[in-house]
Design a protein around this ligand. Structure first.
Ligand code: XMP
Length: 540
């Protein structure tokens, strides 16, 4: 079914009420394929107003039903004058709802309302200084000369009737425009990106002053509503949750425990690929400190023998995933019966339009976002459980806030991402108990030193990879012939792109010295200085 045929509100069959049904104010983002569409939604939510990303194909009826207080049209890779350029329903201009067009969104507004957009002689990419001609409404509190992030090669040549210019830049005469009476606004820059100073002020002006929203999307309100919904959906039935120790499943456990108490069963399957001491620490924290009972399932023997002779990364992932499902099914029968399965699905997993763009020549949909990996904890759809997914409308940073507010400690809230197959994909090639031991010990040293230096939160991920390479070394008077590890430190916003981190030499030195001195079997440490792309964060 295409989005335009959809009649129900997006969450109707997920057993949760859509925010629009419970009277929450919302800003709808129509996504035209920009890599920043999600970011716009996150920024709007930072103003404590709920917002949602919808496909540009969303019908006008669907929009009416959602009853947004305002609509933002995102940027996109196409040009509005192309034959197959994505278009929104022109009735949008008659809805009487304020609209803000960003980049492509602004050009579309101009074109559909009778103005002209053409390829510009002077494309503008990167930072530009905004000269403000009308410092009211949209641009209230945005400083003249603010730096804004531009990324366009098309420009507005003639504005539609009733529009005026609010701001310009050196290369772009119509950098911000408005039809005040109709509450239609357009900006050629990207207010949502961090480099755009004053971008947040502008979005706040739009959300609060132009759309008239009040800040009602708060962590506390979300928690209250989610608990109410879970109780209404689940009643007295039992719910099973596979805990991984990451922030999503832990937050979910806290939320569900608060909602349904003992009817929640948390299960932690130890595949034997976790970091040193982590399974024990996690189970102890939950059982003794949080008083949320966790069933610990030690399946490490099964997993390691399943990987016997497997060295290809994708086969490893598949083997770990398949074993996980088997163990999960067996254990759920043992502990069950359960009616519901809780999953830590997040909003980026369900955005209908993400990863879709339009080929300007053929009009076909093309996938642009390469969804890297599904967590091996992911379970097949045909399990006999009904799903509970109370975090499905949250972004990761919102999950962290919810977790924190429910009392989750910082060590879990701020935990770096850890792949589902764990250390099994950080031992390159075939996984053996000996190699797992080496990578785990080396990784432990890295973590200790990173924590001692107080820089754990400076990195998106920091870890060790064991290479299938032996090199010659010398220790004392002895020749050694042992394994090499690579240190991987990256910074990233979302794991989709990443840069190698400029780690202080002193820290690298400590880690390297300790690894070769303390981990018998490793005699060389190298540093990975590859960004993503072209590399990936993990080596497998
Ligand atoms: P890559 O290596 O693709 O990783 O740049 C991007 C992010 O995904 C994590 N990752 C995984 N997570 N199962 C997971 O749950 C996997 O198989 C997997 N492989 C990579 C990686 O740690 C990084 O955060």
């Amino acid at each position: 079914m295409t989005p335009s045929q959809t009649t129900a509100l997006p969450d109707a069959d997920a057993g949760t009420a859509h925010p629009a049904q419970v009277g929450r104010q919302m800003i709808a983002i129509l996504d035209f394929g920009s890599q920043y569409s999600e970011l716009i939604a996150r920024r709007v939510r930072e103003t404590q107003v709920y917002s949602e990303v919808l496909s540009w194909r969303t019908s006008i009826e669907q929009l009416r039903r959602l009853n947004p207080r305002g609509i933002i049209l995102s940027g996109g890779p196409n040009s509005v004058y192309e034959e197959y350029a994505p278009q929104c329903d022109p009735e949008i201009w008659q809805l009487g709802v304020p609209v803000l067009g960003v980049c492509y969104g602004m050009q579309l507004m101009v074109q559909q309302l009778g103005g002209v957009v053409e390829r510009s002689e002077r494309a503008e990419y990167g930072k530009a200084s905004l000269s403000i001609d009308d410092p009211t409404e949209l641009l209230t509190n945005v400083e003249d000369g603010s730096i804004m992030w531009m990324s366009h090669s098309d420009s507005v040549i003639r504005m539609p009737e009733g529009f005026e210019i609010l701001a310009h830049t050196h290369n772009t005469p119509a950098a911000a425009i408005a039809s005040h009476d109709r509450k239609l606004y357009g900006v050629q820059f990207h207010p949502e990106v961090v480099h755009s100073r004053g971008g947040m002020a502008m979005l706040r002006n739009f959300v609060y002053h132009i759309c008239g929203c009040e800040p009602d999307w708060t962590t506390e309100a979300f928690i209250e509503e989610a608990i109410r919904e879970v109780r209404a959906r689940v009643g007295e039935k039992r719910v099973l949750l596979a805990l991984s120790g990451g922030v999503d499943s832990s937050t979910l456990a806290f939320l569900l425990h608060k909602a349904i108490g003992d009817n929640l069963t948390c299960m932690f399957i130890d595949q034997g690929f976790m970091r040193k001491n982590e399974p024990q620490r996690l189970v102890k924290l939950f059982n003794e400190q949080f008083h949320i009972p966790v069933e610990y399932v030690d399946a490490s023997e099964r997993f390691i023998s399943r990987l016997d002779g497997v060295s290809d990364p994708e086969l490893k992932r598949k083997a770990v995933g398949a074993e996980f499902i088997q163990v999960f099914e067996q254990e759920s029968l043992r502990l069950g019966p359960f009616d519901y399965l809780a999953q830590g699905t997040l909003y980026p997993d369900i955005i209908e339009s993400s990863g879709e763009n339009i080929d300007p020549k053929t009009g076909e949909r093309v996938a642009v976002k390469i969804k890297s990996h599904h967590n091996v904890g992911g379970l097949p759809k045909n399990l006999r459980f009904k799903l509970v997914e109370p975090l499905r409308r949250l972004f990761k940073d919102e999950v962290r806030k919810v977790g924190r507010s429910l009392g989750l400690p910082e060590e879990i809230v701020q935990r770096q991402p850890f792949p589902g197959p764990g250390l099994a994909i950080r031992v390159l090639g075939e996984v053996t108990p000996e190699k797992l031991h080496l990578v785990r010990e080396a990784d432990f040293i890295l973590r200790q030193e990173v924590n001692r230096a107080g820089v754990y939160n400076d990195y998106w991920q920091s870890f060790v990879v064991l290479l299938p390479v032996k090199t010659v070394g010398v220790m004392g008077d002895q020749r050694t012939y042992a394994y090499t590890v690579a240190l991987r430190f990256v910074t990233s916003e979302d794991g989709m792109t990443a840069d190698w981190a400029r780690v202080p030499y002193d820290l690298l030195e400590k880690i390297s010295n300790r690894i070769v001195n303390e981990v018998l079997g490793i005699n060389r440490v190298v540093l990975d200085i590859t960004s993503k792309p072209p590399g990936t964060i993990e080596w497998e």
